[in-house]
Design a protein around this ligand. Structure first.
Ligand SMILES: NC(=O)c1ccc[n+]([C@@H]2O[C@H](COP(=O)([O-])OP(=O)(O)OC[C@H]3O[C@@H](n4cnc5c(N)ncnc54)[C@H](OP(=O)(O)O)[C@@H]3O)[C@@H](O)[C@H]2O)c1
Length: 331
């Protein structure tokens, strides 16, 4: 046999081996493809149906005074808290409003009473202080609470490096008291009677800033992680006892806090945000509360690597900081 003929025979044998191998792999490869495609279709279908249930059908009349006559809202005189107070009054709840300024509390209370014909009570306290909870406990003692909205929160006056924050020590104490301590103590005061009646809802307003570290808003972002973990842990403890505890993580909403004056689709007015958020209660333990925010939440946590999110947050906040300091001529 010549060398050329031998080479051709070897090549034929190898080709035959490859074809045979491919033929043997054909059936398993077919099933891998079919199962992958079926899983993707099922995953997509599940998310479309779940999304439809949450964002289109909603939770019906779950949030009604059948849960308990009163709604208690902290930070209720502006922004998101005021919108919760209004929307819950519209649904028939009597509302206890808690904020610092008695004058603003009286204004909101009068407006709720005349618009929705509901009872109101007000408590003027500063959640930055620690010795306020016996006063709140006394005010809560007489009422049957169906829903508590732990909304009060403070952020930075402008994005800043940790060590450059003006009055840093006071700033830290105030932010922890308002954003964290208030949530724990309000829950401590309200939950026992909800547990005894085996019904009630607690909404804890965290923030999308609690979904990943946000540089130059670091303390705020960290307090909101606490709120999120506290809510989800408690929900696991109390779900079987009939209590709904939800962690709410909004992106930007046009309020005094964000200084956004012109609402857009992704930065809605608080009443639009709250109306949407309330449809998710009982359907999601953790929610961005508003469909465009849910999409933003998905993109920033599932699609984008966390390093990229932190990089862009740093860039955005540095630009905001420079703008603020330029305007204030502090640089
Ligand atoms: N706006 C957003 O884009 C956004 C995004 C994510 C999360 N959040 C969260 O949503 C919540 C509400 O934010 P917002 O934008 O609606 O805020 P906002 O417009 O600044 O309103 C804050 C409310 O809290 C009250 N408040 C502030 N400090 C207080 C204190 N020390 N003691 C008692 N009451 C106090 C204010 O009333 P007085 O000044 O009269 O006391 C006001 O009623 C916060 O927890 C915030 O972190 C907001």
């Amino acid at each position: 046999m010549g060398v050329r003929q031998h080479a051709r025979q070897t090549a034929d044998t190898e080709l035959f081996n490859v074809v045979e191998m491919l033929q043997r792999a054909e059936t398993p490869l077919y099933w891998v493809g079919a199962i992958t495609t079926a899983s993707l279709v099922l995953w997509l279908l599940y998310h479309i149906l779940t999304g439809f249930r949450i964002w289109v059908l909603g939770n019906g009349d779950l949030l009604s005074p059948k849960l308990g006559k009163w709604a208690v809202v902290t930070g209720a005189t502006d922004g998101i808290g005021k919108s919760y107070a209004e929307e819950l009054a519209r649904r028939g709840f009597s509302v206890m409003l808690i904020s610092r300024s008695q004058e603003k509390l009286d204004d909101v209370a009068r407006s709720l009473e005349s618009l929705y014909n509901v009872e109101t009570k007000t408590v003027a306290i500063d959640f930055g202080q620690n010795d306020i909870y016996s006063k709140i406990e006394t005010a809560l003692a007489e009422i049957e609470i169906g829903i508590l909205v732990n909304n009060v929160g403070v952020s930075y006056p402008y994005p800043e490096f940790f060590l450059h924050i003006p009055d840093l020590s006071l700033f830290i104490d105030n932010m922890i008291n308002v954003n964290i301590t208030s949530v724990c103590h309000m829950t401590r005061l309200v939950l026992p009677r909800m547990e005894a009646r085996a019904k009630g809802v607690i909404l804890n307003i965290s923030s999308a800033s609690g979904m990943y570290p946000v540089p130059l808003l670091t303390v705020y972002s960290a307090t909101k992680v606490f709120v999120d973990f506290f809510s989800r842990g408690l929900q696991a403890e109390y779900k079987s006892k009939g209590i709904i505890i939800q962690s709410v993580l909004p992106f930007f909403v046009a309020t005094k806090m964000t200084k956004i004056r012109k609402p857009t689709l992704d930065k809605p007015l608080p009443d639009r945000y709250v109306a949407s958020e309330l449809t998710t209660v009982g359907l999601q333990d953790q929610t961005n509360g508003y469909f465009p925010h849910a999409v933003m939440g998905w993109v920033t946590t599932v699609l984008a690597p966390i390093r990229v999110v932190i990089y862009f947050a740093m860039r955005m906040n540095k630009a905001q900081r420079s703008g603020y300091l330029r305007r204030r001529k502090l640089r």
